[in-house]
Design a binder for this molecule. Sequence first.
Ligand code: CO
Ligand code: CO
Length: 328
Amino acid sequence: METILRTLPPVTDPRVLVGLNTGDDCAVYQISDDVAIIETVDYFTPIVDDPYTYGRIAVANSLSDVYAMGARPLFALNVVGFPAHGELPLEILSEIMRGGGDKAREAGVEIIGGHTVDDKEPKYGLAVTGTVNPGGIVRNSTARAGDILFLTKPLGIGIITTGIKRGTSSQAAIDRAVEVMSKLNKGAAEAMVAVGVSACTDITGYGLLGHLGKMTRSSGVGARIHSRAVPVIQAARDMIDADLNAVPGGSRNNLAYALRFVNFDPGLSEAERLLLADAQTSGGLLISCPEEKADRLEEALRASGAITAARIGIMEAEDDTGRIDVLA
Ligand code: CO
Ligand code: CO
């Protein structure tokens, strides 16, 4: 995807504050001294069986990129694919929209339009518009050596959602994954903005290592993380411990790619490495916070109701920029 984006013409307008070059989560365009518009679009195919729940998750996921940049989403448009010739009952579509609408309302975001195309496989998400003060943009490219890394949701979503498709995930595992995926990153983002942090991104399809790698490369630093400190949904850990094939192909590809810039402690098992690369849907925020503010951030994240406020590692000065060391 990154390579495809590189074939777009270069951005020359100085009002473009965040464009394509840093792999950031949203586009940001300045319209006055203290207001910039932030814009993102995201949608995907169903990952749970219940259409209402799918709608809630898709909206939490679509809003996440705005929160990751410390911005406030204002309104959104539905982006919908649905079979137009009666292959699926229309009630399914209205349930998806109802779930999405409820989640958007929880976020204080109005959905005020959208577009539907005929598509054999349903797809749903949002194009989101928000605002941010140009001085308050939280980028992924501004992490500094010495920063503490925080993660606000546990990993393991890819394993459990793959298990849903294969019929191998328990109801308890599904319930936990749904709870994690449908949780808005709003509170965590507000906590991070209140404290003032160096950098942030959200964890989605490239997994923790992929998104952390983007952050270290674009920031010109390295990172050291502790596998044991990374929160993981227990059910996902149990599934991969029982069978390495519980991991989706995308997560395996993520790990293969990460080997270019990650050094693993030789004591780390294949299962532990795969978990760190597991592709997430609507994952948590990965926040790079100055050390002297780390205690305040942890407190603010807990008060915000973030699922986790886990310290998973530290950013380091690194000659070989982008390098990540994973300790046991
Ligand atoms: Co993102
Ligand atoms: Co996105």
